[in-house]
Design a protein around this ligand. Sequence first.
Ligand code: MLT
Length: 269
Amino acid sequence: MALKRLALVGAYLSVEVKGSDEAPPLLFIHGFPFDHALWRHQLAAFTGWKSIAPDLRGAGASSVPETPSSYSIAGYANDLIHLLDALGIEQTVVCGLSMGGYIIFEMLRRHAARVRAAILCNTKSAADTPEAKRDRDALSVMALEAGSDAVVDKLLPRLLARATFDHKIQTVLEVKRMIACQPVAGIVGALRALRDRPDSTPSLEKIRVPVLAIAGDDDQIAPGAGMEEMAGAIPGARFARIESAGHLAPLEQPPAVNAAIDGFLSGLG
Ligand code: MLT
């Protein structure tokens, strides 16, 4: 395993890179408000791949621009294209969770040739409703006034499955810690990016790479039924529903998620 800090256009990204340079690349894109540790079980499992797991700008150990206007879904996607350039990678499989999925939609719109296949975990294609946009702004104010601990209290109840709260206290604590250590400016910037993201639904039918969509059966943020419908709109997409998983299925049910990813990757040839 190697943690690299790479200077890109407009940001430094901290990136965990694992596996041989000769192995096919697999880029993991975390959601909000997390960092690359969200993928720790997958980084441990996919040893036949060159796994690349960055902290997005404003998250983890990456640089944290102070102005919210420095953050957008297109900007995150551009950072990742610059990251692939810096690592000399022409094309990669991408695996993103929630906001990571929104970023994949952007990559597919603007940089489709860089994407070999896509794994969309716990995500959705629709833009925010007016009410959801107001909630983003309210959470930004709360984060600025009360810090990331207040963000933990607000978000946690909807992030994890009932089964995780009941039986996996270590996972609950891990998620709390991960959110609590995210920089407030990065949280506020990401909320702006999320609030202003485009509706990706019209572009689903234009996707031309193999896709696997993975849903949690107890995900309150990107419910399984909506994800199944989304997968149905993507030509040839596969769909997997993970039992006893909420919005963070890769962290809550790693064996089942890894089995779904493994089956998909094996079929890529
Ligand atoms: C995420 O996990 O990235 C967030 O739930 C995305 C969102 O709030 O839309």
